[in-house]
Design a protein around this ligand. Structure first.
Ligand code: UDP
Length: 236
């Protein structure tokens, strides 16, 4: 697959056009950002780890009937994906309270939620990705109908069902995660972007040790070791 010019550079990935108008190449970067990119860093080798982790997770989800943009892994840090128009909504799925949920609503850090919570955030860096409800999403034109929003919620819960069980067997608690969806040339909604320790929170079941980007956000050290541990458990 011939890689052409860069289409877009995000915080964690670069996207390239290819010779096929319906396919793009996603290259995972070593850069780390947090707090709406106010905090920046880099961890050598993180891009390769995230490419491997995301590839394994997309394959697992596909095997479980979830439609994703994943086509194949091309090299250590590059993935071939179906080209989609990203829906500008970050779909956050939560099993355990922490992060902005605990801060905003005062729910005790670490409390298991009585049911899986799905939230929508408007993907807009200038506004700091604000929490929105369905009506906001429709007014902003993020989705054309309530059915699309229902589908995002349904897909978010379906991804959670697969991943929560999978990681539980790896002695990890899937605390929360962020998903992005896109619409392909056929008009189909596909899970897109990435699923990595940059976009998920994983806690060891026994020690509750954080094995994700919170190590960077909170200056806990051993960021790369945590990502390596996640990959190791996925592959075991
Ligand atoms: N998240 C993400 N990108 C964002 C915001 C959140 O990947 O721009 C992920 C984050 O890693 C966590 C989940 O979404 O797994 C919920 O994040 P939260 O709303 O608690 O935000 P934070 O505490 O990171 O500000």
């Amino acid at each position: 697959m011939q890689i052409k010019e860069m289409m877009y550079e995000g915080k964690g990935k670069k996207l390239f056009f290819t010779e096929d108008a319906n396919l793009v190449v996603s290259q995972f970067k070593d850069d780390l950002t947090a707090f709406n990119a106010e905090k920046r860093g880099s961890e050598q080798g993180k891009g390769i780890l995230n490419c491997k982790i995301s590839s394994e997770i997309f394959k697992l989800l596909e095997q479980n009937g979830i439609k994703t943009h994943y086509v194949e892994t091309l090299s250590d840090d590059k993935m071939l994906c179906k080209k989609v128009n990203i829906i500008p909504i970050e779909v956050v799925v939560r099993n355990v309270a922490t992060g902005s949920l605990s801060k905003r609503l005062g729910i005790k850090e670490g409390s298991v939620l009585p049911f899986t919570l799905v939230e929508f955030y408007y993907k807009d860096d200038a506004l700091g990705d604000p929490l929105i409800n369905d009506e906001h999403a429709l007014i902003l034109g993020c989705a054309k109908s309530i059915e699309v929003l229902d589908k995002l919620r349904e897909n978010g819960r379906a991804v959670n069902e697969v991943l929560r069980k999978f990681f539980d067997e790896k002695n990890l608690i899937l605390v929360d995660f962020k998903l992005e969806f896109g619409i392909d040339s056929q008009g189909e909604i596909l899970l897109a972007d990435e699923i990595t320790p940059d976009s998920c929170r994983f806690w060891d079941k026994d020690t509750k040790e954080k094995l994700d980007k919170d190590r960077f956000r909170q200056d806990l050290g051993n960021v790369k070791m945590a990502y390596e541990e996640i990959l190791k458990r996925i592959l075991n």
